[in-house]
Design a protein around this ligand. Structure first.
Ligand SMILES: [Zn+2]
Length: 120
């Protein structure tokens, strides 16, 4: 056998997933799975997390202006804007917008009140 294993490489990043290419092809892998491997001492997984952060930061920096292409609602889980908090907006629904670059923006809604977070 003279095959050389391809080092796994991050080609795209999202908030909770990394798109990785290696010998078995290209696929999206949940970051939590990579975190668990890294926590167990896997050096390759640790490197993928570092690379993933760099790829994600580059995607966001290259974005010409975040635009929501996808929106989902989640249950309220906490404040989304520490600088301009709106306690009246808490306790109900959080809308999560996603941009093509992978950035997300969370907004808490409760009745007529809103607390909008930043794209990150
Ligand atoms: Zn964007």
């Amino acid at each position: 056998m003279s095959t050389t294993a391809t080092k796994p490489t991050v080609v795209e990043a999202a908030h909770s997933y990394l798109r990785i290419v290696d010998d078995s092809g290209t696929r999206w892998v949940p970051k939590i799975d990579i975190h668990n491997k890294a926590f167990a001492g896997d050096a390759t997984a640790r490197q993928l997390l570092v690379d993933g952060e760099r790829v994600f930061a580059a995607q966001l920096a290259a974005c010409k202006g975040h635009t929501a292409i996808k929106t989902r609602d989640e249950g309220y889980s906490g404040s989304v804007n520490a600088r301009r908090p709106n306690p009246s907006a808490r306790g109900w629904i959080t809308t999560v917008e996603t941009c093509t670059c992978g950035a997300e923006r969370r907004t808490n809604h409760n009745g007529q009140h809103a607390e909008r977070g930043a794209w990150s």
